[in-house]
Design a binder for this molecule. Sequence first.
Ligand code: GLY
Length: 365
Amino acid sequence: MTSGRTIRVQTPQPYDVVVGRDLLGQLVGCLPPGVRTVGLITSERLSANAAAVRNNLIAAGLEVCEITTPDGEAAKTAEVAATCWSALGEAGLTRSDAIVGVGGGSTTDLAGFVAATYLRGLPIVQLPTTLLAMVDAAVGGKTGINTPTAKNLVGAFHEPAAVLCDLDRLRTLDTAELVSGLAEVVKCGLIADPEILDVVESDSTAALDPGGDVVQALVEKSVAVKADIVAKDLRERTSHGSDVGREALNYGHTLGHAIERIEDYRIRHGEAVAVGMVFAAELARLDGRLGSDIVDRHRSALRSVRLPTSYDRADWESLLALMRVDKKARGDVLRFVVLDGIARPAILEGPRPDLLAAAFDAVSG
Ligand code: GLY
């Protein structure tokens, strides 16, 4: 019997996220009854991992159509999605079959998008292998690919049938990847659960140990934050003022995505989001909403797990232009998730240009 804590995501079609170790034995039980063929979508770097998954499915009598996609954001293109659709067609998947996504956030985003679109929707079980994918990308049903203009501009909401977060997968992860995932963990602390910040700040060394109980606790708490938010606002309505639904999960992402795009995705998502959160905190301080102590807490929590808090490799005007095509923008009006305090997200619409520039100055040193 495998072990793990189960967090139920109470959306209209509820599903479980299991956080634990040695979870592969639970995979077949997560597939809907009647599945005969599984489209197994993974990335080049993870072929060894995928082999174990494939063998597990084959041992259960299932056919497997394995599709290996490029690593990282290079997977999130219309061309790669089309390759997947063709492979699934050649393998003869029908509406009673399913997809399994194995990989980091880019792979689970792509696999989710393919599952959302092929035959107008196949069930998907996500097996995230990075911290970032466990606490964010694989949970909540957002799927998507990039366009040349910006990140995640094409996508669909498609909830998984289940998510298995096998923490043993984190043992082989580069420290830099683990650090990147911790940005989304700190984000959950800032927008919803200050206990996460307490855990990160009180033992940052343990937060960076993939084999330890602290990482397990952080993943469980972060998934619980996300489950709670998406249960209340699955499809990300447009929020106003302090009535913030799923958009809260985009804290730090408006500038973060612009930095990723300008760097041609050579910067890790979490690093860009970390800078974006400090920027948002500075913006909130300049707007008179947030005290300097909480801005300082952003910097100290992020630095304690080796995340960057400043960025100076691109000019403000170029980043501003990229932020205007962010999904949160409405017409000409820029919108930012900010905080009125820890765990008090709010939407700031159309901030004054001088405040925006000053907030950027504060993170570009
Ligand atoms: N990654 C943000 C969301 O799932 O809404």
